[in-house]
Design a binder for this molecule. Structure first.
Ligand SMILES: Cc1cc2nc3c(=O)[nH]c(=O)nc-3n(C[C@H](O)[C@H](O)[C@H](O)COP(=O)(O)OP(=O)(O)OC[C@H]3O[C@@H](n4cnc5c(N)ncnc54)[C@H](O)[C@@H]3O)c2cc1C
Length: 403
């Protein structure tokens, strides 16, 4: 269903664009069995690795709709950037989650309720069907994710961290920020006093009555300690990429569009891909998820570009020598397994004198600093991001016409 190519991504987006205005605003909460009639875009797997970067999606939408008509859809795309910015400003939230997870994975490895949940044997019909859908299709509708997470946390009373981990391992769009922070929100840990409770009537209404939901769902949320978010850090400023150097571009699954924007910005003389295969395997990512992202990379890279993994530090060094590179450039990876893996690669290259330059795309640089509080405050930055998008598009058109 999700073909890992740019063309398939564009086709999906193009076919959904007519629905991005009033149809999306009115019907996005319906989880339809017939996906050909979907009222959500189902483009998240390609947005996740930036086969379809956010700015390209919004640009395509604005060609057919006004910003007001498509505001609901644009807001949702911006939720992704908001979550990423929010976590980038608070790395300790990810670290704490990882520490909890290590302990919980051990203590729950033979826990019967947990095992039944992930084996689609919870006895709650809708939950078990969504779990199968998650494993088979590596995708769930947003509303199904909310109901699923709510049942996991408030009805089955399983730790939210294990549910978040299960999603991250199985979703094609599994994203450390959107996923972890959405699970925290359902648990009531993100916004003081707000947790999400799935209700039978609501599930029946938005799924066309295709489930029975005979098991009573929790009508009270679990108790959580009062929310105390760490203060946002100041984002690191990266030094300018020097001119006149022989630089190699390392592209990761966090931003496949860097093949284009970062190459233009830095003028690289060689390009290679980097996939944190070992880190992904250690995180028990589903083989289908690994394959989706690896294939996405391979399909977008030039056939002659090498693809390294996190076991290949020596090969990366050989490549640097063979191409006589002065340094490498990488699009800043967001918090998560890829970031951790890249940091250790860069440390291992340092003794050989390889300099690594990091770069932040203007989209992230413009928007992340606004993710200090809630989405409402963040939203105020959307018009300036859209204006910047228009200016940049005009500039690149002029450049391509030689003006
Ligand atoms: C418990 C839970 C876990 C989630 N985990 C992830 C995850 O790992 N990765 C992920 O990308 N999204 C996650 N989401 C958000 C959302 O469910 C998906 O982005 C959305 O369902 C993707 O389907 P779509 O492309 O049809 O979305 P559409 O509704 O068509 O929206 C278009 C795009 O906007 C973005 N988007 C939409 N809604 C959200 C949202 N609430 N938060 C962040 N971005 C959004 C996505 O990139 C999406 O592709 C999660 C939500 C919940 C409740």
């Amino acid at each position: 269903m999700f073909i890992p190519t740019k063309q398939a991504a564009r086709n999906s987006l193009e076919s959904f664009i007519p629905k991005c205005g009033s149809i999306y605003a009115a019907y996005r909460n319906y989880d339809r069995e017939d996906t050909s009639n979907s009222t959500v875009s189902r483009i998240s797997p390609w947005i996740r690795n930036r086969t379809l970067p956010e700015w390209e999606v919004i640009d395509a939408v604005l060609k057919e709709h006004s910003a007001t008509a498509a505001s609901k859809f644009i807001d949702e795309v911006l939720w992704r950037t908001y979550w990423k910015g929010w976590l980038q400003l608070r790395p300790s939230v990810w670290e704490a989650y990882q520490q909890d997870l290590t302990k919980l994975c051990e203590s729950y490895s033979n826990h019967s309720k947990y095992t039944k949940a992930i084996e689609s044997r919870s006895g709650i019909d809708c939950f078990d069907i969504w779990n199968r859908e998650l494993i088979d299709n590596n995708y769930l509708h947003n509303h199904a994710r909310m109901w699923y997470a709510s049942i996991w946390i408030h009805t089955l009373k399983l730790p939210w961290q294990l549910g978040a981990d299960w999603f991250l391992r199985n979703l094609f769009d599994g994203d450390p920020a959107s996923n972890t922070l959405s699970w925290r929100w359902v648990a009531g840990l993100h916004t003081q006093g707000k947790s999400y409770l799935a209700k039978r009537d609501n599930i029946l209404k938005y799924t066309g009555n295709r489930f029975k939901v005979e098991v009573a769902l929790a009508n009270e949320a679990i108790d959580v300690d009062p929310v105390d978010h760490p203060s946002p850090i100041i984002l690191e400023e990266f030094p300018l990429i020097p001119k006149g150097k022989r630089l190699g571009l390392l592209v990761t699954l966090e931003d496949l569009s860097a093949i284009d924007w970062l190459d233009k910005k830095a003028g690289s003389v060689a390009q290679a891909g980097y996939f944190p295969l070992d880190a992904y395997k250690k995180h028990n990512m589903a083989p289908s998820v690994i394959k989706f992202h690896q294939d996405s990379m391979i399909n977008q890279m030039d056939k002659n570009m090498p693809l390294f993994t996190d076991q290949d530090a020596a090969k990366v060094l050989e490549w640097i020598k063979a191409e006589s590179l002065d340094g490498i450039i990488i699009a800043e990876p967001p918090i998560g397994p890829t970031q951790a893996s890249l940091k250790s690669l860069v440390t291992s290259l340092e003794p050989a004198g390889t300099i690594c330059y990091w770069a932040r795309h203007w989209w992230d640089a413009t928007l992340y600093p606004y993710a200090t509080h809630g989405f409402f405050r963040f939203k105020k930055a959307i018009p300036s991001a859209i204006s910047q998008l228009k200016v940049n598009l005009l500039k690149s058109k002029q450049q391509s016409l030689g003006i």
